[in-house]
Design a protein around this ligand. Structure first.
Ligand code: MRU
Length: 342
């Protein structure tokens, strides 16, 4: 186990310092956030992205909201609602805002208590990443070739990563793995962010266009697929970056194990079925002009969903800090909700 020498987010001198992920891989640039609105904007514009990192930033957003509200409860609640609605799919955002707001109410709106709760989210997520890696590495065999999608690494979390953390663990244990990373259109989190983390960590890896995954899987070049999650429903359906569902269908067809890795803060116990997960639709220009370059006629209609839902029937297992959830997912997720052993 080896921590990264960079942090996606860190609280320093009363400000939240985040890596501006829009600038990678060209520049490792930081941005300091100190208001609820700045946190909300950073989440919306994907300066900060990845479900656990969004949750981590949102916790501090609630702290800033409390400072700005100066004792006015309705201003505080309005600012918290603004943060909560910055992006709709990753449930870690709502989970973190609600958790820190609950602490605010329970502590009589004590600033120190609220700040410690926000910091606790970061610390817990860091520790959970390591737990996920220790548990998840058991599904990897020496010499495996692993496909991943989007970025579920240190940039997407408060620690060293969920899916990519498991992969890093296997590498540092000398398991002789090779990683294929999907470029992940249209925002290229795979090419810009995962490839950057893989290169930094010295993990043997290959970047592929998203559409190359199908033939690699068919040709037996992929031993397993490991990726993250933005929201997991009570029946085990998983919302994750657009393209995950397609990969799951191909993996099922060719019998390739398919794992999602996520802390239990990504489970939405209140939602029964993945069909109810709100899927964010983003600006058409992300498809029309990737990197600011026009690649399609201005007039063409564009559909740009940021996520899709993978049905639990296509998933081999969900790796959490409480253990690996296998089918029947609904029963085993209910056991986690009740605090029982898996
Ligand atoms: O739109 P993004 O970049 O926030 O999407 C990120 C993903 O889909 C990740 O796979 C997911 O949040 C898990 S991150 C540990």
């Amino acid at each position: 186990m080896k921590d990264e020498d960079f942090k996606a987010l860190e609280f320093i001198d009363g400000r939240l310092r985040v890596i501006d992920q829009r600038e990678l891989p060209e520049k490792l640039e930081y941005m300091d956030l100190s208001t609820a609105e700045e946190v909300s904007e950073a989440i919306k514009t994907m300066v900060v992205r990845g479900a656990p990192a969004i949750g981590g930033a949102a916790g501090y957003g609630v702290y800033f909201a409390l400072l700005e509200a100066e004792g006015n409860k309705s201003v505080f609640e309005r600012l918290c609602a603004m943060i909560r609605s910055s992006r709709p799919t990753a449930v870690n955002l709502m989970w973190a805002v609600d958790r820190v707001m609950r602490k605010a109410a329970a502590s009589g709106y004590d600033k120190e208590a609220v700040l410690s709760e926000a910091s606790l989210i970061l610390e817990e997520d860091r520790a959970m990443n390591h737990k996920l890696s220790e548990i998840g590495v058991s599904v990897i065999r020496k010499g495996d070739t692993i496909l991943t999608h989007c970025n579920a690494g240190a940039l997407a979390t408060c620690g060293w990563g969920t899916a990519l953390g498991v992969i890093k663990e296997a590498h540092y244990r000398g398991m002789d793995i090779h990683v294929y990373a999907d470029e992940t259109r249209p925002l290229f989190q795979g090419a810009r962010l995962t490839a950057w983390e893989l290169v930094r960590a010295g993990i043997p890896s290959t970047l592929i266009p998203d559409s190359a995954a199908a033939s690699l899987i068919r040709d037996g070049k992929i031993d397993l697929i490991i990726l993250g999650a933005d929201r997991i429903t009570a029946n085990g359906d998983v919302a994750n970056k657009l393209g995950t569902f397609m990969l799951s269908v191909i993996a099922k067809e060719y019998g390739v194990p398919f794992y999602s890795v996520a802390p239990t803060s990504t489970i939405d116990f209140s939602m029964r079925d993945g069909k109810d997960i709100p899927i964010e639709e983003r600006n058409p220009d992300e498809v029309r002009r990737p990197g600011g370059v026009l690649i399609a006629p201005e007039e063409i209609e564009i559909y740009n969903p940021a996520f899709d839902v993978t049905p639990h029937a296509n998933i081999t297992g969900i790796i959490t800090e409480k253990g690996i959830i296998y089918p029947p997912f609904d029963k085993n997720i209910e056991r986690i909700r009740r605090g029982e052993e898996l």
